[in-house]
Write a protein that binds this ligand. Structure first.
Ligand code: GLU
Length: 563
């Protein structure tokens, strides 16, 4: 590239940088930008850096308004690029047959609140409905009374609202039993299902031998009257069930004449007075069909169910939805089993469904994870069939992208040690509320002679620390006793002494504060202004992001989010 062209390129980059960030750029930044845009210039690195200063001086000579005008005139593209959002959202693969819109559903069992495992189906189906347009049905699958917690109905709805799913309608299966009963009757009339009164053991032996049980060939009239008898209470629990006629020669015994209705006397369903319940494979097909579900995205663990469900579709001649089965996702480090969680809560081991050791969405919320971070992390995982293990680090990275730009910064001093600093000038420290946003202003921390410092920073070989936004403090020790004195303001001195730049608080302006982490609790003090942030995520400088959980007369309770 000729000299003039290099100069022009440098000028443009410096100009764009100045418009973007205000002020005049460093030459390193401008050279980097030019090399990035014109990799061939790497061979002319010397020339480029020789011209950089001049280009920057030319930009510096312009007023901010002139800079904007010049950039717009010289390179409308570079000007426009300043306003583009660089979102690297991973695009989900297309769904076949979705061009004209989709009907999808999220179908949890109300056995407890939603956890991180549910979030994948919830977020993926949601994203596709948003991508293609259509309906997103929340279907509460509560036809197994053994897996119903009456409180979960409300919790699931709260969790869905928190996640921000675009649910367009909600159906609850226990309110639809008569629909399933009607369809079962039709199914029997069509010769696709029968009432089986064989003892379980006997049925199993026949099935394993690929043989039909005697009930299979019952005339339709007999089957229908047995079904009526079932509904009217003529059978005890376990005495009768309804089975689908599938393929008795199917290599997988679990596919052979599987059951679709059963009788259960206990536990009693909390919402309906019933004892004849459809099994999942029937109620799912009935509803996917009746609600017009076009696409189903669910885990691989449902592949065998999909195979079973096809028999039902085929018998009725119904259109089968498009299925996608994503791989398993191992989740470590938190408790996910509903029964374990419930037991732990009853025993007092966990404080509730939002205990931070649990993998529930409400526990994540309590820890300061934002719903968008959960959704983005799930979309990044996608619908791949490969089994994976869930990465907390990726979730934290997604969350950090959201909280870092907005979280206010504060000092939290764990295990505070009181230090009288001899010979230091009284002054006000101006600590930025957010380093990336001057407009947020400062926290004013007065130094009046005594501060508190984190104990861990006063190890035996510490001779100097630099109090952030204040000054250096010399540390001297006489046996166990520490004494502190003013160490000047020079950053260079602090660097030379390898002093850590640490958080501190004026001794007269502290509030007791606990920080709960998965590993244990840290006790300390924080700035009084933290109390104004209840429910929000802030950054405790040098510690990490935390959510301000509770504020009371006895102090502030916070939860660790991530670093
Ligand atoms: N209720 C089922 C479950 O939570 C989902 C059924 C389905 O997706 O077809 O596993």
């Amino acid at each position: 590239m000729a000299g003039d062209e290099i100069k022009a390129a440098l000028f443009l980059c410096a100009l764009q940088n100045a418009v973007k960030h205000g002020g005049v750029p460093q030459s390193g930044a401008v050279i980097g930008m030019v090399m990035g845009a014109h990799p061939e210039l790497r061979r002319q690195a010397k020339e480029v850096s020789g011209f950089a200063k001049g280009a920057i001086a030319d930009v510096a000579a312009l007023s901010p308004d002139e800079r904007v005008a010049k950039l717009q005139a010289l390179s409308p593209e570079m000007f426009a690029a300043l306003h583009e959002k660089h979102e690297h959202k991973k695009v989900l693969p297309d769904l076949e047959g979705a061009e004209h819109g989709v009907v999808m559903r999220f179908a949890p069992n109300p056995s407890g609140p939603l956890h991180i495992g549910h979030a994948r189906a919830a977020a993926l189906n949601d994203a596709y409905v948003k991508q293609y347009g259509g309906r997103y049905i929340l279907r509460i699958e509560d036809t197994d009374p053994k897996r119903v917690d009456p409180e979960a109905y409300e919790m699931v709805k709260e969790d869905i609202a928190w996640l921000g799913l675009g649910i367009t309608e909600t159906v609850t299966q226990s309110e639809r039993l008569s629909l399933y009963y009607d369809l079962c009757k039709q199914f029997i009339e069509r010769g696709g299902a029968y009432v089986c009164t064989c003892e379980n053991e006997r049925f199993k032996a026949l099935k394993d031998a690929k043989k039909a049980c005697p009930c299979r060939d019952q005339p339709k009239e007999t089957a229908l009257s047995l079904w009526e008898k079932m509904l009217e209470g003529g059978f005890k629990e376990g005495e009768a069930s309804v089975r689908v006629k599938t393929d008795l020669l199917h290599p997988d015994p679990a596919m052979r004449d599987f059951p679709i209705f059963r009788i259960l006397d206990a536990p009693k369903h909390p919402r309906v007075d019933a004892r004849i319940y459809p099994l999942m494979n029937f109620s799912v097909v009935a509803d996917d069909h009746l609600l017009g579900v076009s696409h189903v995205i669910r885990g691989k663990d449902h592949i065998a169910n999909t195979r079973r469900q096809r028999y039902i579709y085929d018998h009725f001649g119904w259109k089968v939805p498009v299925y996608r089965h994503y791989g398993r996702m191992g989740i470590e480090g938190v408790v996910l089993s509903t029964s374990q969680m419930r037991l732990g809560i009853t025993e007092g081991k966990y404080t509730g469904w939002d205990d931070i050791h649990l993998g529930t969405l409400r526990a994540l919320e309590r820890r300061g994870i934002l719903p968008d971070a959960v959704r983005n992390a799930m979309l990044a995982i996608g619908i791949g069939e490969t089994d994976i293990s869930f990465s907390w680090d990726n979730l934290y990275a997604e969350n950090k992208k959201l909280v870092d730009p907005v979280a206010n910064r504060y000092f939290f001093v764990p295990e505070p040690v009181t230090a009288v600093v001899d010979g230091a000038p009284r002054r006000m420290a101006h600590a930025m509320l957010h380093p990336g946003d001057v407009s947020k202003g400062n926290r004013e921390l007065p130094f009046e002679g005594t501060v508190v410092l984190p104990k861990s920073e006063l190890a035996t070989d510490t001779a100097m620390v630099r109090l952030k936004d204040l000054f250096n403090v010399k540390v001297a020790r006489n046996g166990e006793t520490l004494s502190f004195s003013y160490g000047g303001d020079s950053l260079a001195d602090a660097r030379a002494a390898k002093a850590h730049i640490i958080q501190w608080l004026p001794a007269q302006q502290t509030v007791p504060c606990t920080l709960l982490t998965m590993e244990g609790t840290m006790h300390g003090v924080c700035e009084p202004a933290v109390a104004k942030e209840q429910g929000k995520v802030v950054q405790f400088e040098r510690i990490g992001f935390v959510r301000i959980d509770a504020v009371s007369a006895s102090g502030i309770r916070t939860y660790f989010t991530h670093t």
